[in-house]
Design a protein around this ligand. Structure first.
Ligand SMILES: Nc1ncnc2c1ncn2[C@@H]1O[C@H](COP(=O)(O)OP(=O)(O)OP(=O)(O)O)[C@@H](O)[C@H]1O
Length: 233
């Protein structure tokens, strides 16, 4: 997956100013930056939901603008504010999603139930779920289909410590030889733990990129938060 010199404007707002990065098979790549840096805009463009302003964006060789259906076959996207269908139980929601994918929906649902790890609450209506339970269900429904690329927008935002940790473990387990993750976060500790490489995004530009430990070393600082401050200074 490659993003090359992506720029994007909303009216007067220049949201992205020439963003370039790639995600290699098997890795977890994090786009990290403050509110408004352009993380969601980048992820939504990759997920074929926004037009490319200028630049090139391709996923496994397919161009997101000219071949969006090819891209959609290979990716799954979890928006930050995603909801489920309130009148379904957790299991029914997984069944609903599984029917769109794969030849064996039952197997997908079983995998989803296992990933969500909600015990018997999987049989409860999702309208009764806490935010953490909903996020676990949605993340399970996103990755149970084993996409080549899972695009996760702020997967742990707004969750308590325990739920955030559960989500991180699910994400950490996901990559395989041909499966990678692109996520966004403004939590530096989280990306330090999760990501093989990160891109520090600020005001629509990647100001530094590399493995978290290498960035810390490059700037001669104690942690990623300080590295970010140095990179934008
Ligand atoms: N639909 C829109 N219309 C106008 N401006 C927008 C729109 N969506 C995003 N923007 C602006 O584009 C810039 C980048 O926004 P984006 O949501 O991509 O950032 P972000 O890094 O995901 O931030 P957050 O962490 O707050 O979600 C911001 O200045 C934002 O106000």
């Amino acid at each position: 997956m490659t993003v090359s010199d992506l720029a994007k404007r909303y009216g007067d707002v220049q949201a992205l100013r020439g963003v370039s990065f790639s995600v290699e098979p098997g890795e977890i790549y994090g786009l990290v930056g403050p509110n408004g840096a352009g993380k969601s805009t980048t992820l939504r463009t990759l997920a074929t939901l926004l037009t490319v302003g200028s630049g090139d964006v391709s996923v496994f060789g397919a161009d997101v603008e000219s071949e969006p259906n090819e891209v959609r076959k290979r990716i799954r996207y979890l928006p930050e504010d995603a909801g489920s269908y309130d009148n379904l139980t957790g299991r029914q929601y997984l069944e609903f999603v599984a029917d769109f994918y794969g030849d064996d929906p039952d197997e997908l649902v079983e995998r989803g139930v296992e990933i969500a790890d909600l015990d018997d609450r999987i049989e409860s209506k999702t309208s009764e779920y806490s935010k953490g339970m909903t996020r676990k269900l949605l993340l399970a429904s996103t990755i149970m289909t084993e996409p080549d690329l899972a695009i996760l927008d702020e997967p742990t935002s707004g969750l308590d410590v325990e739920n955030a940790r559960a989500i991180r473990e699910i994400v950490k387990q996901f990559p395989g030889a041909n499966r990678s993750v692109l996520l966004s976060s403004h939590n530096m500790l989280e990306v330090e733990y999760l990501c093989d490489r990160i891109g520090l995004l600020n005001e629509g530009e990647i100001v530094a990129e590399g493995p978290p430990a290498e960035l810390v070393e490059r700037y001669g600082v104690e942690n990623l938060e300080e590295a970010f401050l140095e990179a934008v200074a």
